[in-house]
Design a protein around this ligand. Sequence first.
Ligand SMILES: NC(=O)c1ccc[n+]([C@@H]2O[C@H](COP(=O)([O-])OP(=O)(O)OC[C@H]3O[C@@H](n4cnc5c(N)ncnc54)[C@H](O)[C@@H]3O)[C@@H](O)[C@H]2O)c1
Length: 337
Amino acid sequence: MNFAIIGCGFIANKHAQAIQNVKNAKLVAVCDRVPKLMEPYTTQYGATPYTTIEEMLKDDTINIVNICTPSGSHADLAELVAAHGKHIIVEKPIAMTLTEADRIIDAANNYNVELAVVHPNRFRPAAMKLKEIIEENRLGKLSHALCTVNWNRGQEYYDQAPWRGTKAHDGGVLMNQAIHNLDLLLWYLGKPKKVFGMGATRLRNIEAEDVFTGIIQFSSGVLATIQASTTVYPKNYEESITIFGEKGTVKIGGANALYFETLEMESMDFDQCNVVINELKNDPWGKPGHEAIIEDMIHSIQHGRKPAITGIEGRNAIKLVLSLYESSSTNKLVNLL
Ligand SMILES: NC(=O)c1ccc[n+]([C@@H]2O[C@H](COP(=O)([O-])OP(=O)(O)OC[C@H]3O[C@@H](n4cnc5c(N)ncnc54)[C@H](O)[C@@H]3O)[C@@H](O)[C@H]2O)c1
């Protein structure tokens, strides 16, 4: 399968490396408005550089296009890619509004191409193990969950490019950083029913929020809180998800939600839990998420099945973020159902 990347900024490098590591995948083309940014991809991977997307999409050998541009540009680009009959891997968040997300999903359906959204944290070993624990009902009836992303993104991070920290193209900590964790909460806990949230811009000079606290009630009745910020001094402090059930408590934590900080379950004794905890300590990252997503896309095309993380799931994640934003701006509880 031949891949192309649109947008050769920070995240594109991870896509290029992942494509190189996947069997039967090759990076054949890249596109960026800034020619210099494409140089590493032409020299290192032999990709053909293009400064316009229209020119690149004329290349009939390209099967899959990875969209790695600012979040507010995903919809326009995805529509073009789909219209050229190429499959789409789009970076998170899928888009900045539900209308834009629907345009991407509709374009993929109308032109009969596959669409995958990059939520790579789903492929982390700890995240996958927690999913297995919940699916096997080892925690029993769930009562509540806690989710934190207390990180540091200094002013220089936002000043790197004009789109960062804007409401139309990036969003704040919830849309950009904590969306990974909200996606995991949705994966674990199902449909959200009501939300209440409050955001603020406290320490960074940006349009969107740098701190957000929200409450989510799921259809099951489970209550969750999300607490997210990019203002922590002096470095990333904690990224965690804790799930509480009648027969178990599990916390994935550390600065990057990679380790089981708590694993207590009625169905496993202390030694059995320790085996799982130590396995993760030896290989906390596992296979890089971007690699898993690229492999998964190839399999879905070859076997005629949907990718692991579909456009609808990407839409569900931004719907949750946008509902929390709405609650924050209106000071009201927002219903999602
Ligand atoms: N999955 C993750 O963990 C992760 C991490 C970082 C960023 N992201 C997402 O990836 C996307 C890009 O983020 P980034 O940090 O790499 O941004 P960036 O600013 O570093 O890079 C974006 C690149 O896109 C190019 N570009 C913009 N519009 C273009 C167009 N119309 N045609 C061609 N090139 C264009 C820019 O010149 C720039 O080089 C965002 O949606 C972001 O949320 C995801």
